[in-house]
Every structure is written in C-alpha cells, then in structure tokens.
Design a protein around this ligand. Structure first.
Ligand code: PLP
Length: 419
C-alpha cells in the first residue's frame, strides 16, 4: 500500500502533483508520503497486537528527522547502530528506554554516549565488546543492560550482502559460544543480562528462515533458564522483505503468525526491528531525463540522478521500478537508465522496458524510501539531493539540497603549504 498514484496521467503523492513539487524544488529529490509511513507503522503494530512487544524502527533504513519523528510520535522505539543514529533518534523524540543498540563495531565514545543516555539495551556481538561495555559502565558508574546477538546459522535466502545470520558472517556470536557469553556476562559486575537478539538478514521473502532462527533461539533460552539466567526480551531483528518487482513477501499477518506461533507459552517481551518494510515503499526518488543516447548495442536514458544518489542498483543489482511522472507516451523502448557518473556501474536500471522518454521528462524511481538517501554520497562532488515530505495537500522540504559551499565545508589547507 502506498500513496503514489496517477490522476489524469500525472503521478501524485497523496494530494500533491509531483510535477508541481519538481517545478518548485528542482531534481533529483527523494519524496516521502506521510500517510504511507503512518499506515505502515500502524499495520505492523496491529499485526502483533496480541503479544507484548516493542517495535524499534531500524534507523539505518532512513534517518531523516521528519521520518523518525512520525514513528517516535506513534510510540515506536528505535534500533540504532551508531552514536550518530542515537543523536538523531533523541533529536526526533524517541525515549531512551525504547532504544536498542546493535552493531559489531561500537566505539568507546559511542558506548559511553549510550550508557549516559540510558538506552534499553546493547545488543552485544562479541566477548571483547561485552568486557568493554562492562568496563565503561564501571567507569561511568552505570549499569549496562545487554542482550547477546546470536548468529543462528540460518540462510535467509536473500542477496549475500544483506545476509547476516550465517556462520561466515561477521555478526553475532554462534549458538554454542553464546552460552559461554551468557556465563561470562553473568560474572560481570556492571552488566545486567536482560535479552537475546538475532537479525538474520534483510529483504527476506519467506517466513521459514525467521521460524528456523526462532527455534534455535528458543532452545538457547531454555538452556539459559536451566543455568539460572532468565531472559526478558527476545529481539528478532528486522528483515521482512517488500515488493520491488514481483517478489511475494509474506503479508504482515503471515509474518506475525509465524513469529508469535513460536513464542506461545514463553513469558517474553518481543522486540522487532523493521526497517525496509516500514519505509521502503513510502518513498520514491524523482529524477529528470537529461539526454537520450543510442550506443551501438544499447539505448541509454541519461538522468540527473546517479549511483551517488541511489546506490542500491549498483551495490546489490537491486531492481527499482521506474515510472514516468507524466504518463503521456505509449511507445516503449528498451534502455539502460544511467546517471552522469564516470563509472559503468552507475545505473538505475539495465535493459529495462521504459516509455519513450525525452529530455526534460520526469521519472519516478519507486520503492526508494529505505536505504536510499541514507546511502547517498558526494562522489564526483555532487551535492546531496533534497528530501521532501507530503501530507495531504501540503509538502515540505525536510532536507534542503546541498550546494557547492556544503561540499567544501570543514576543509582547510595545511599551514605548511605556505612555507
Ligand atoms: N536490525 C539490524 C541489526 C540490521 O542490521 C538491520 C538491517 O540490516 C535491520 C534491523 C533492518 O532490516 P530491514 O530493513 O530488512 O527490516
């Protein structure tokens, strides 16, 4: 479900014409629908209404303050992986006791920041990290609530770059070693063991990997109980996929059913860390056709957005549907939709059936709300694009387009150049 629909052949976001926004804001830009974001959270929350739970939006998918604020205002929690995400989360209004902190490489300053803030829990990914968190808690005279991130060795059958729960992945601690981690945590003076955590990957389109991970975690929880360690929170991470092309991910109720079935009879509070499923289809990227070019073997549609603006096609060979903002042309061509960057990997689509566009036409790159703007860069000294949000018949630029001054902010020439 989303609110990007045609009215008389012009694409609208809710009640605003995207042509009109483009004329005022320029291109490229990311565009988010307030109603879609809100609806996605409500639907996700409702799917788990029968179980005690905390839904922690995974900030890495989209860290715009306006997007975060929508979720914070609805009582959502936050899953963070850096001090920067913690800073943004607090600025957007998330309460610290609804924040969980994952990630294999937490720095000392980031651990201190989270301890001072008083977050709900650290999802700990190694023994050395556990010891460090204990030491920092001692120094700061705090207690550190922790969960161990377990790597259940489950294949999520997704792109290898977004598989995280296999033995060969850098994430978490394998199931056997996790018992030892809990023993160790139990001996540490400034650590409170409160949870167990896993996240097996992203863009998962089948419930089975989630079930397999849960079965493995349940065994571990029972073993821990026998050891005298009671777990309060079970954090299942994120990972539910969305439809980019013709994928058929489980519905929210199927996903919720698969998870809650496994939890029957267990006295646990469930934590979920959805990212993509909440924001992916709530955002699109608008770009303008600069040139058409016919090579010897290919047609190219050269647009003003490049891999620095939307990296997913380059990084994962990811598919994003590309639709005309004004749907006025009947003829289709087969073309690569490419950006202005000097890399052959700078493409948004390859060998795509696309309408017969010309210079100046606007294209909507669909499903770009997750891992879109957050992965953008200044490569080739291209200012980052604007972000816009629509609510009903109003729109607002939630992040201004960078300018050339922004590109050199913070740079200086060394004094020794003078000598
Ligand atoms: N939690 C953790 C620890 C993650 O690493 C990720 C993404 O990689 C997520 C949650 C969110 O995943 P998704 O966007 O697939 O829901």
């Amino acid at each position: 479900m989303h609110h990007f629909k045609y009215r008389d052949n012009v694409m609208f976001c809710e009640d605003v014409s995207i042509e009109e926004i483009s004329a005022k804001v320029g291109t490229p830009f990311y565009l988010y629908s307030y109603a879609t974001l809100k609806r996605h959270f409500q639907a996700f929350n409702a799917a788990f209404e029968d179980v005690p739970k905390l839904i922690c939006f995974s900030a890495k998918a989209n860290t715009s303050l306006a997007v975060l604020k929508i979720f914070a205002d609805m009582g959502c929690g936050l899953d963070i992986v850096s001090g920067g995400e913690l800073y943004r989360g607090l600025k957007a209004g998330f309460s610290p006791e609804r924040i969980v902190y994952s990630g294999v490489g937490k720095r000392i300053d980031e651990i201190d920041y989270a301890l001072e803030t008083g977050i709900l829990m650290f999802n700990v990914e190694s023994h050395v990290e556990l010891e460090l968190i204990n030491r920092r808690a001692a120094d700061l005279q705090k207690r550190a609530p922790v969960a161990i991130r377990v790597n259940p060795n489950v294949d999520p059958k997704t792109h290898p770059y977004i598989s995280t729960g296999l033995r060969k992945n850098k994430f978490g601690i394998n199931t056997e070693a996790a018992i030892e981690s809990y023993r160790m945590a139990g001996r540490l003076e400034h650590v409170d063991v409160i949870g167990i955590d896993c996240h097996i990957g992203s863009q998962i389109t089948d419930t089975k990997p989630f079930e397999a991970a849960l079965i493995s975690l349940k065994t571990l929880i029972n073993d821990l109980k026998q050891m005298g360690t009671d777990i309060k929170y079970l954090d299942m991470g994120g990972g539910l996929g969305i439809t980019y092309a013709d994928e058929m991910p489980p519905s929210l109720s199927e996903y919720a059913e698969a998870i809650t079935q496994q939890l029957k009879g267990m006295d646990l509070q469930l934590i979920l860390e959805p990212g993509r499923v909440l924001v992916g289809n709530a955002g699109i990227m608008i770009t303008k056709v600069l040139y058409r070019k016919s090579g010897e073997v290919k047609n190219f549609v050269i647009v003003d957005a490049g891999m620095n603006d939307l990296l997913r096609p380059t990084l994962y060979n990811a598919f994003h549907a590309i639709e005309p903002v004004v749907n006025s042309k009947e003829n289709l061509i087969v073309a690569d939709v490419v950006g202005p960057i000097c890399e052959s990997s700078d493409f948004l689509a390859v060998d795509r059936n696309i309408c017969d566009v010309e210079s100046g036409d606007l294209l909507a790159v669909m499903s770009a709300g997750a891992y879109g703007y957050v992965m953008s860069s200044n490569y080739c000294s291209r200012p980052r694009v604007a972000e816009v949000m629509v609510k009903g018949d109003r729109f607002h630029v939630i992040k201004t387009r960078e300018n050339y001054e922004d590109l050199v902010r913070g740079e200086s020439l060394p004094p020794f150049f003078e000598a």
